[in-house]
Design a protein around this ligand. Structure first.
Ligand SMILES: Cc1cc2nc3c(=O)[nH]c(=O)nc-3n(C[C@H](O)[C@H](O)[C@H](O)COP(=O)(O)OP(=O)(O)OC[C@H]3O[C@@H](n4cnc5c(N)ncnc54)[C@H](O)[C@@H]3O)c2cc1C
Ligand code: FES
Length: 268
C-alpha cells in the first residue's frame, strides 16, 4: 500500500493533452512488471490514479507512463516538470499474456489505449513464436496520433501498421474512419490468431465483434477494462464489475464467459 518515491526524469508530449513521463525510482531499479499491468501513481497533495505502464518490460532504469489530462491527478502528472517526486504503488493486475502468444496477433488500439499496448507490441516483435503482428490504431484526429516514432519502428521491424483518424485535417494523407474499418482487409488466419484490444468500451465491443465474425476464438481475444481504482489490491471493492474485481481479475480479461455482457453494465 505504501507508495515508493520516483522522480520524473523526462516528460515527453504525445498530443495536446497527453504526456509520457519517465520515472526513476529513488535508490533502486524499477520493479519487474508485465505488459498490461498498471501502477497507482500519486501526485502529492492531490491524489492517486491508476495509470498503465507504457514502456516495455525489461531492465531499463526508468519506467514510463502515458497520461491524459482529464482531472486533478492526471493534470498534476501532465504538468509535473522533470525533478518532481511522485508516488508509485504496484504493479497491479493481469497482463496481455505475451508469453503464450504465437501465430498471428492483431493489436487494436483506440486513442490512449495504445499506451498499455506499447510494451506488448515491443515484446511480440521480439517473440520467435509470433509470426505476424498487425497493429491497427485509431485516433480522433491526426494531432491525437500518439507514439509516431514507435509506429515507424514497429513497421521497420515487420509489423503491419495501419492508422486511421475519425476526422482528417488538410495535411492528412492516410485512412479516415473508425478503427474497425481497418480490420476487414487484414490477412490474418483466424484459426491461429489472438488479439489484444484497448480503447473506449464501444470500440472494444465492435472490434471484438468483428474478430469473432471472422472466426477468432473468444478466449483468444483480450481486452483491457477501466473502472475506478482505489486500493489496487482487491480489498475495497471500488473496481467491481459483476463478479470481477478489475484491479485483481483485470484490467486485462478475455472476451468470453460473462465479459461481453458485463461490458454493457454502467460504471459504478
Ligand atoms: C487499469 C487502469 C489503467 C489506466 N491507465 C491509464 C493510462 O495509462 N493513462 C491515463 O491517462 N489514464 C489511465 N487510466 C484512467 C485514469 O485512472 C482515470 O482517468 C483517473 O480517474 C484520472 O484521475 P483524475 O483525478 O485526473 O481525474 P478524475 O477526477 O478521476 O476524472 C476527471 C473527469 O474525467 C472523467 N474521466 C475519468 N476517467 C476517465 C477515462 N478513463 N476516460 C474518460 N474520462 C474519464 C471523469 O468522469 C471526470 O469527469 C487507467 C485506469 C485504469 C482503471
Ligand atoms: S481497487 Fe480496491 S478492490 Fe479493486
Amino acid at each position: 500500500m505504501r507508495p515508493v518515491l520516483h522522480r520524473v526524469v523526462d516528460r515527453r508530449r504525445e498530443s495536446d493533452d497527453v504526456v509520457t513521463l519517465a520515472l526513476e525510482p529513488q535508490g533502486g531499479r524499477p520493479w519487474p512488471f508485465r505488459a498490461g499491468q498498471f501502477h497507482m501513481l500519486s501526485a502529492f497533495g492531490v491524489g492517486e490514479a491508476a495509470i498503465s505502464v507504457s514502456s516495455p518490460p525489461g531492465d531499463a532504469p526508468v519506467v514510463e507512463h502515458t497520461v491524459r489530462d482529464v482531472g486533478p491527478v492526471t493534470h498534476a502528472m501532465c504538468t509535473a516538470p522533470p525533478g518532481t517526486l511522485v508516488g508509485v504503488r504496484g504493479p497491479f493486475g493481469t497482463d496481455w499474456g505475451i508469453e503464450g502468444a504465437a501465430g498471428d496477433v492483431v493489436v487494436a488500439a483506440g486513442g490512449i489505449g495504445l499506451a498499455p499496448l506499447r510494451g506488448a507490441i515491443h515484446q511480440l516483435l521480439a517473440s520467435p513464436r509470433v509470426e505476424r503482428v498487425f497493429v491497427v490504431v485509431g485516433a480522433r484526429s491526426p494531432a491525437q496520433v500518439m507514439f509516431g516514432e514507435d509506429l515507424e519502428v514497429w513497421a521497420t521491424r515487420g509489423a503491419r501498421v495501419a492508422v486511421t483518424v475519425d476526422v482528417a485535417d488538410r495535411g492528412w494523407r492516410g485512412h479516415v474512419g473508425l478503427v474497425t474499418s481497418l480490420l476487414g482487409p487484414l490477412e490474418y488466419d483466424p484459426a491461429r490468431t489472438s488479439a489484444l484490444v484497448c480503447g473506449p468500451e464501444i470500440m472494444m465491443r465492435f472490434t471484438a465483434r468483428a474478430l469473432l465474425d471472422r472466426g477468432v476464438e473468444p478466449s483468444r481475444i483480450r481486452i483491457s477494462l477501466e473502472r475506478n481504482m482505489q486500493c489496487g489490491l482487491g480489498w475495497c471493492g471500488h473496481c467491481q464489475l459483476g463478479p470481477l474485481l478489475l484491479c485483481r481479475d483485470g484490467p486485462v480479461v478475455t472476451y468470453d464467459g460473462a465479459v461481453p455482457g458485463l461490458l454493457l453494465e454502467r460504471e459504478r
